[in-house]
Design a protein around this ligand. Structure first.
Ligand SMILES: [Zn+2]
Ligand SMILES: [Zn+2]
Length: 474
């Protein structure tokens, strides 16, 4: 590890396996003096970091994936991933945060009150069997927020830091989160305030800094310029365009990946990983473009594990879905036989083959000194011109989808109505679907559906082949 290459020197070296040292931005601010004599929070943060280390995320060779994995871990440990962005905004309102200027700092006790509202409201939406331990979630999340933002041990946090952190870490569509964030940094005419944007970037990158990814994703002036030019007039749509583009600015690449990870982690691949030989796995799947049918699970690919003649230099494609070979065969035969009418296309919609883009490893921000230097010194035009490819592309639909629905729901939220219409991806039910028991049920249902589809496809395939033979015969 080349220490002088750190961007701002306030994070731990990536891949550090040494003694736990939270660093100036990640936990030492949790002294008893700083948080009103609450040593429990210090211990809590330490435990959180210890548990994160056990996951061995530091051995992931791509900084984008590493940062996203670590933040996903924090999300799940604190249960904030079960709270939808709309419910989060509602809790901000309930606690009077919207009435405060964003730079107002509030005391730990008030933050605790906010978190209490958030998690108690969450439990109200969950069935009893899925209720979370609210006390534990509150103290864990509080300790993480203080560790990330209370550098000077004041026991207070700015409203802005809290809003940005929670809006980033909660569940929901990325576009909804970004819309909310933009509302915090734009004026009454809907134009972005550049000073507030710089502050916003500082707040959001404090999250990656808190999980020791500052070398790649720490705040710098260059990071600001990666997003917008000085003095540029930025509207909501332009803001969304930049943050949801593929590739998006390097400093923020972990954000869409983090969002995408929450859906991909439940995708089941019934195939054997060629490196670790595990017979099935969930998450991303990687297929070599050079070796015949060589596939890796995400754990192996991210950590550079190989076997046979495969090398890390080979081009890989990332898959976030699985389609059985039977279906693929049926599809190709169907395509080759134009005379056969397309049928049952509906059954394919659940597992689309997208995205299947080749990975350009040099652009996934590995934590090599060369890359670090590049990303921290390059100008906005440099990165924009390069064919940066972000595997964690936004999968949340177009920036303008469901716009009317969103506005209606947001308006309903603001007016305090509880009965606004909620779509499955954003509503409270999303929380339920993310709990472990439902995950298992979803997996079983998915497998059953896969199995049924396979049987249907095989039957259809047989019919098609017979039909083809018949056609050839005549
Ligand atoms: Zn593997
Ligand atoms: Zn290969």
């Amino acid at each position: 590890m080349n220490f002088q290459m750190w961007a701002n020197g306030d994070g731990l070296p990536v891949g550090s396996t040494g003694v736990v040292d939270l660093g100036p931005t990640a936990g030492v601010g949790l002294g008893t003096a700083g948080i009103g004599g609450a040593p429990d929070l210090v211990a809590e943060m330490q435990q959180l970091i210890d548990e994160m280390r056990v996951q061995d995320f530091d051995s992931i060779r791509f900084a984008t994936y590493r940062a996203a994995c670590k933040l996903r871990f924090i999300q799940k440990k604190t249960n904030v991933h079960l709270v939808d962005i709309w419910n989060m905004i509602e809790s901000f309102r309930e606690n009077g945060l919207n009435a405060l200027p964003i730079h107002t700092s509030i005391k730990t006790s008030r933050i605790e009150l906010l978190l209490t509202t958030i998690f108690h409201n969450l439990n109200k939406r969950l069935v009893a069997s899925q209720h979370i331990d609210t006390d534990r979630s509150i103290s864990l999340l509080l300790s993480f927020l203080l560790g990330a933002y209370d550098k000077h041990q004041t026991g207070r946090l700015a409203v802005f830091s809290i809003k940005i952190a929670l809006a980033t870490l909660c569940a929901g569509k990325l576009v909804d989160k970004l819309r909310y964030m933009f509302s915090q940094i734009s004026d009454t005419n809907g134009i972005m305030d550049h000073t507030k944007f710089t502050d916003f970037l500082q707040q959001i990158l404090a999250l990656t800094t808190a999980v020791f990814e500052a070398p790649t994703f720490g705040f710098t002036e260059a990071a600001v310029l990666q997003c917008f030019q000085k003095g540029q007039t930025v509207t909501l749509n332009q803001f969304l365009d930049v943050f949801m583009s593929d590739p998006c600015p390097p400093c923020i690449m972990w954000l869409p990946l983090l969002n995408r990870m929450s859906t991909v982690e439940n995708v089941y691949h019934p195939i054997t990983c060629d490196a670790c030989q595990v017979r099935s796995f969930t998450g991303f799947r990687y297929k070599c473009q050079r070796c015949a049918n060589y596939q890796l699970c995400q754990n192996c690919f991210w950590r550079g594990r190989t076997s046979q003649n495969h090398s890390n230099e080979h081009e890989m494609k990332e898959y976030s879905s699985y389609k059985s070979p039977t279906k693929q065969l049926a599809h190709s035969i169907q395509k080759s036989l134009q005379c056969i009418p397309s049928s049952n296309s509906k059954s394919h919609s659940l597992f689309s083959e997208q995205p299947q883009r080749p990975l350009e490893l040099q652009n996934i921000v590995p934590a090599t000194p060369t890359t670090l230097r590049r990303y921290h010194t390059d100008s906005a035009t440099d990165w924009a011109a390069s064919p940066v490819l972000l595997p964690g592309a936004v999968s949340n639909g177009g920036p303008l989808d469901d716009e009317h629905k969103l506005i209606a729901r947001y308006a309903a939220k603001l007016s305090g109505r509880a009965d606004y219409p909620l779509g499955p991806p954003c509503g409270p039910n999303r929380a339920q679907s993310m709990g472990p028991p439902l995950d298992e049920r979803a997996l079983i249902a998915q497998l059953e559906e896969e199995n049924n589809q396979m049987i249907r496809e095989m039957t259809r395939l047989e019919t098609q082949v017979n039909f083809k033979e018949f056609k050839l015969a005549i």
